[in-house]
Design a protein around this ligand. Structure first.
Ligand code: HEC
Ligand code: HEC
Length: 149
């Protein structure tokens, strides 16, 4: 057999091993490896953490993580459950953090009287946490200037 043919066979074999690992034991999306035009086979099981103190941010401009459960909190065109506690009108009574001033700016940086449409769907950026092992190893360390102990 020619040397190049052997190399080709080895490459094809290792590709096969690599891709089967990617779907079987390795990193996978929550909906599994089934195609986008098919429904997920079973809903992803998620163990959302219990309510706790606000979580330290890792970098400037990070959307703070949600330190509480949000099950059943509706956000649609007519109603936003998050704002019943986090709006400037309600935060004191709810003892919650008020939404950031930046959330009133539209994309041209005009300051609006109400939350900007691009900030309306809170869970686009703010997410609760699950008890899960990290998918990939991460050695990220915040800059000293933003690190809190
Ligand atoms: C029933 C009231 C209530 C509702 C509804 C609610 N929250 Fe909260 N939220 C709180 C309270 C209270 C805290 C903790 C404030 C503290 O301890 O400083 C908090 C904390 C947070 C924080 C952390 C803020 C920080 O500075 O670290 C985020 C982000 C957040 N909530 C997002 C949301 C989102 C998004 C929704 C809707 C899906 C939501 N919350 C719905 C009461 C609420
Ligand atoms: C496009 C992304 C995005 C969306 C959508 C968004 N946020 Fe934020 N949020 C951020 C970022 C980034 C920060 C931190 C920097 C800042 O204050 O702008 C933040 C900060 C916050 C804080 C902390 C404010 C503080 O003073 O520390 C709260 C509370 C919060 N958001 C709540 C909400 C709620 C409630 C909604 C929905 C009504 C929402 N956010 C929608 C990105 C977003």
């Amino acid at each position: 057999m020619k040397r190049s043919t052997v190399i080709n066979i080895v490459m094809v074999l290792s590709l096969g091993i690599f891709s089967s690992q990617a779907f079987a034991g390795g990193v996978n999306s929550l909906r599994g490896a089934n195609p986008l035009d098919e429904a997920a086979k079973e809903p992803a099981k998620m163990n959302i953490q219990d309510d706790r103190e606000p979580i330290t941010r890792d970098y400037v401009q990070q959307p703070p993580l949600i330190p509480h459960k949000i099950k059943g909190y509706k956000i649609n065109v007519k109603f936003n459950k998050c704002l019943t506690c986090h709006s400037w009108a309600n935060y004191k009574e709810a003892n919650a953090t008020k939404i950031s001033q930046t959330h009133f700016n539209d994309r041209e940086n005009n300051v609006l009287a109400n939350i900007a449409a691009r900030r309306y769907f809170c869970t686009q950026c703010h997410v609760p946490q699950v008890d899960a092992a990290p998918l990939v190893e991460n050695t990220f360390d915040p800059l000293k200037t933003v690190k809190r102990h």
